[in-house]
Write a protein that binds this ligand. Structure first.
Ligand code: NAP
Length: 341
């Protein structure tokens, strides 16, 4: 296997997860700025777990030494690399946004003109719990965004049952690693510490991705209002969703609906009615935990999900998808519990 962009936060998380996977050997790790250096010099935490030397990204070399590549590269950079890898016959799990949107025009509106639009039709959206069967046959999996994973998993059972009326409000808070290993001033310690702010209010790029997936599940056009926030922690996303329902649904019906929907999903955990998740209980694990309560005065269902943006929101889900692509047990290498406290 190859990890492209191995020095980024999702890349290094992939290597941590893959080091515990019994069937995988990583053979290529790439970086632009650290090419030629041992990976363990950049990340001493990986010494003895992955002792490879970082290489410049060379598609032909990657293709000759691996069967599947995880592309953990920035969007726009990823699309050309992924297209070349697929051309060479490799399987690819792309962690960027480049192949998540089915419509090249929507991609153009939110990102830029797409350079491999034909591949969008071939790519399978990698929200494992929703697209298992297609993922297991896919050559190119577009791993979901971190926010969309928490939002769509929390809302999918309601849309599948067509219980939702109107626009869903999604209020999400993320740790700083969600932005990658960046030197941007607004992500520096003194800017982030003891601070809490909204950003990309109502215009975040994950909006069309969430709407695309929920619309497919609902079989009708879904619109959402999405406001992300930055909180002073390294990992984790807590998403609070406010949903108007077409009819009153009892606590037992809700619990049954969610448990049935995720009955074969090892990583989506539904909490008892009225109990809500915290980011600490998923830190380092591949779990997405869901809490539910109906508030009768406001006539809204409140759904709260928690996940680790680098694991279920990125590297863990990518490995879950790889397992399906190879016909291996879905949870292989991913059974580790969260790091608590
Ligand atoms: N962070 C998250 O929570 C998260 C969650 C889900 C999805 N994603 C997506 O996953 C992708 C990776 O995210 P990240 O957070 O890991 O980003 P990151 O920390 O910024 O890492 C980016 C990686 O890509 C490499 N790279 C950058 N430009 C390159 C180029 N032109 N050619 C070759 N390699 C290049 C970097 O290498 P060097 O710096 O060593 O040169 C680094 O290894 C992004 O598309 C992101 O949107 C991120």
């Amino acid at each position: 296997m190859a990890v492209l962009g191995a020095t980024g936060y999702t890349g290094v998380e992939l290597l941590r997860v893959l080091a515990q996977h019994p069937r995988v050997r990583v053979t290529v790790v790439t970086s632009q700025q650290f090419a030629g250096k041992p990976l363990s010099e950049v990340y001493p935490s990986l010494a003895g777990k992955c002792d490879l030397v970082l290489e410049e990204l060379d598609v032909a070399k990657v293709a000759s030494r691996s069967a599947l590549a995880f592309a953990a590269l920035p969007h726009k950079t990823s699309m050309e690399v992924v297209a070349a890898l697929v051309e060479q016959g490799l399987r690819v799990v792309d962690l960027s946004a480049d192949f998540r949107l089915h419509d090249p025009e929507v991609y153009r509106q939110w990102y830029s003109p797409h350079k491999a639009p034909r591949l969008l039709r071939q790519a399978v959206y990698g929200l494992t719990e929703i697209h298992r069967r297609s993922i297991s046959r896919a050559r190119l999996v577009a791993n979901p965004g971190c926010y969309p994973t928490g939002a769509v998993l929390g809302l999918a059972p309601l849309f599948a049952r067509r219980l939702v009326r109107g626009t869903v409000l999604i209020d999400a808070k993320s740790g700083v690693t969600g932005a990658g290993r960046s030197s941007a001033v607004e992500l520096s310690f003194s800017e982030v510490n003891e601070n809490f702010k909204a950003y990309s209010v109502g215009v975040h790029r994950h909006t069309p991705e969430i709407e695309q997936e929920l619309s497919e599940i609902a079989k009708s056009t879904v619109s959402i209002l999405f406001v992300p926030h930055l909180v002073p922690m390294s990992r984790g996303i807590l998403s609070t969703m406010y949903v108007e329902l077409k009819r009153r649904v009892s606590d037992t019906e809700l619990a049954l609906l969610y448990k049935t929907f995720y009955h074969n999903g090892p990583f989506v955990r539904i909490l008892p009615y009225g109990v809500f998740p915290e980011t600490k209980e998923v830190r380092g694990s591949n779990d997405c935990v869901v809490g539910l309560r109906y508030e009768p005065r406001a006539k809204r269902l409140i759904v709260i999900t928690a996940l680790d943006n680098l694991v279920k929101g990125a590297a863990g889900q990518a490995v879950q998808n790889m397992n399906l692509m190879y016909g291996w047990p879905e949870a292989e290498g991913l059974r580790g519990a969260a790091l608590v406290p």
